[in-house]
Design a protein around this ligand. Structure first.
Ligand SMILES: O=C1O[C@H](COP(=O)(O)O)[C@@H](O)[C@H](O)[C@H]1O
Length: 233
C-alpha cells in the first residue's frame, strides 16, 4: 500500500489524474483496452475536473461502476447520471462506453444483469479491472460495502444487491471483494478534515473497516489524501 499526501484538493486532482493517465496508457499499450471502475460521491468531482486534461485514447476506455444506486438515470442520486452531466461533455467519451445498470428493475435483478454486462465486456467471467477509483465514506465504507454488513463476507457473487444501505438511497448494487481484490490497481482519494479520523483508523490503527479490506491480491493500492485528511497520520 502506498500513501501519498498532498497539500489540498486541487493537488489530489492533479496526482490522481497523473496516475490515471499512466495506468490507462499502460493498459492500452499492453492489452488494447482500459477497464476502469468509477465511484460516486467526491470522486465524481475529482474526475470531472481532472480527466479532461488527461492525455489518453478515450476510445479504448471501458467504464463501469464500483457501485450504483437503484434510481432513474435522471435522478440526482444516480452516479451515472452525475457523470453524464458533469464529465462526459468535457471529454471525448461516449455514453455507450459506460456499463450502466438496467432501469426499472429490482436491486437483485439489476445485480444479475450487471454481472452479465461485465461478463460480456470482459469476454469471460474473470473481471480484471485495470483501475478501480474508490471513495471512502466517513463511516469507512467503500463502494456500497458498509461496516458490519453481511455483504462484507460475500464470496460467490461478483456484483451484489443491497437493499438496506445505511446511507440513502437504500437500494444499490456493488462490486464485492472477490472482484475488487482482483483489480490491477485501486486508488482511494479523500480530502478534508471530515475524513481524518477514519483515515487514521484505516491507515494507522489498521482497524478492520470496509475500505481497509481493499487489498488486491496481485495489484497495488494507493491512498491519495490531502493534508487535512492526513492530519492524524
Ligand atoms: O455512497 C457512496 O459513498 C462513497 C463515499 O462517498 P464520499 O462522497 O464520502 O467520497 C462512494 O465512494 C460511493 O461510490 C457512493 O455510492
Amino acid at each position: 500500500m502506498t500513501t501519498i499526501t498532498v497539500a489540498n484538493e486541487q493537488d489530489i486532482i492533479k496526482k490522481l489524474s497523473s496516475y490515471i493517465e499512466k495506468i490507462s496508457n499502460d493498459a492500452i499499450h499492453n492489452r488494447g483496452k482500459f477497464y476502469i471502475g468509477l465511484s460516486g460521491g467526491s470522486v465524481v468531482k475529482y474526475l470531472s475536473e481532472g480527466l479532461p486534461k488527461v492525455n489518453t485514447d478515450w476510445s479504448k476506455w471501458v467504464l463501469a461502476f464500483c457501485d450504483e444506486r437503484i434510481v432513474p438515470e435522471d435522478s440526482e442520486d444516480s452516479t451515472f447520471g452525475v457523470y453524464s452531466r458533469q464529465l462526459i461533455p468535457k471529454t471525448s467519451l461516449d455514453k455507450k462506453q459506460f456499463i450502466t445498470i438496467k432501469q426499472g428493475v429490482s436491486a437483485n435483478e439489476a445485480a444479475r444483469d450487471y454481472t452479465q454486462k461485465l461478463t460480456d465486456a470482459f469476454g469471460g467471467d474473470e473481471f480484471i479491472f485495470d483501475l478501480l477509483l474508490l471513495g471512502m465514506g466517513p463511516d469507512g465504507h467503500t463502494c456500497s460495502l458498509f461496516p458490519n454488513h453481511p455483504l462484507l463476507e460475500e464470496s460467490n457473487l461478483k456484483v451484489a444487491a443491497i437493499t438496506d444501505s445505511p446511507k440513502p438511497p437504500p437500494e444499490r448494487i456493488t462490486l464485492t471483494y472477490p472482484i475488487i481484490n482482483n483489480a490491477r490497481n485501486c486508488i482511494f482519494a479523500a480530502s478534508g478534515a471530515g475524513k481524518a479520523e477514519m483515515i487514521k483508523k484505516i491507515l494507522k490503527d489498521k482497524d478492520d473497516l470496509p475500505a481497509a479490506r481493499v487489498k488486491p491480491i496481485h495489484g497495488s493500492v494507493y491512498w491519495i489524501v490531502d493534508a487535512a485528511a492526513a492530519k492524524y497520520l
